[in-house]
Design a protein around this ligand. Structure first.
Ligand code: GCO
Length: 255
């Protein structure tokens, strides 16, 4: 990559929820651009397997096992980073869950769990990372939104609300942290081939709907987010903040 404006050599990226799916694909893309990677998840087994996958490509990979909804665990993780002199230059707030149920039948506890995981964790981890980025005068925060940051789909209300909140949290972070040298943006994936979407992918009617509704007539692949993640993590985006970029095959742009 050399001295490209997309070169991430010498930078460390923490990607939450990165033992599989979109998070792992983003981590791999950032590693391919030269970043040192810290993978995060709650399963030691999955984290170890994911780390081995990236180390198989000679990437510099560490793991940090903590539950993003456990604020004590989050602050302890950052305390460990401080003790190890690990500067988080790039934070990707990717961790998220899905819970599909009509609101009339939805328990408040299930609503809260999705909000806590998909939105509040991004604030908490973003705050901890930004405190340290501010001391260094620079940092990149990439929040993972969704098409549901803009449009609602029936039966996924807490996810939709959380992802709508991610869009506005990204703008709020940009508003407060721009003067600290931190750029904060979001990526809005479309319908991607992931474990979280297995129930949709295996539903012929839903699969047909996605393909008909998407101008590119197909689902997205997780690695198709990597280029935008590298762009938003690199010097190429040093005057970009508060934006959300949709990687959705054109879906959100058409009726
Ligand atoms: C759903 C899906 C979506 C996608 C993605 C779309 O149930 O509709 O899980 O939420 O995962 O977020 O952008």
């Amino acid at each position: 990559m050399g001295n490209s404006i997309f070169d991430l050599s010498g930078r460390t990226a923490l990607i939450t929820g990165s033992s599989r799916g979109l998070g792992l694909a983003i981590a791999e893309g950032l590693a391919d651009a030269g970043a040192r990677i810290i993978l995060n998840g709650v399963s030691e087994t999955r984290l170890a397997a994911a780390a081995e996958t990236l180390r198989g490509k000679s990437h510099d990979v560490q793991t940090a096992r903590f539950d993003v909804t456990d604020e004590t665990a989050v602050t302890e993780a950052f305390t460990r980073f401080d003790a190890e002199d690990t500067a988080i230059d790039i934070l990707v707030n990717n961790a998220g869950i899905q819970f599909r149920k009509p609101m009339l039948d939805l328990e408040t506890a299930d609503w809260q769990r999705v909000i806590d995981t998909n939105l509040t964790s991004a604030f908490v981890i973003g705050r901890e990372a930004a405190k340290r980025m501010a001391k260094r005068g620079h940092g990149k925060i990439i929040n993972i939104g969704s098409l549901t940051s803009e449009l609602a789909r029936a039966t996924v209300a807490p996810y939709t609300v959380a992802k709508g909140g991610i869009k506005m949290l990204t703008k709020a972070m940009a508003a407060e942290w721009g003067e600290l040298g931190i750029q904060t943006n979001a990526i809005g994936p479309g319908y991607m081939v992931t474990d979280m979407n297995e129930a949709l992918l295996s539903n012929p009617d839903f699969d047909a709907w996605v393909k008909a509704r998407t101008p590119m007539r197909r689902w997205g692949q997780p690695d198709e987010l990597a280029g935008t993640a590298v762009y938003l993590a690199s010097n190429a985006s040093n005057y970009v903040s508060g934006q959300i970029i949709y990687i959705d095959g054109g879906m959100i742009s058409v009726l």
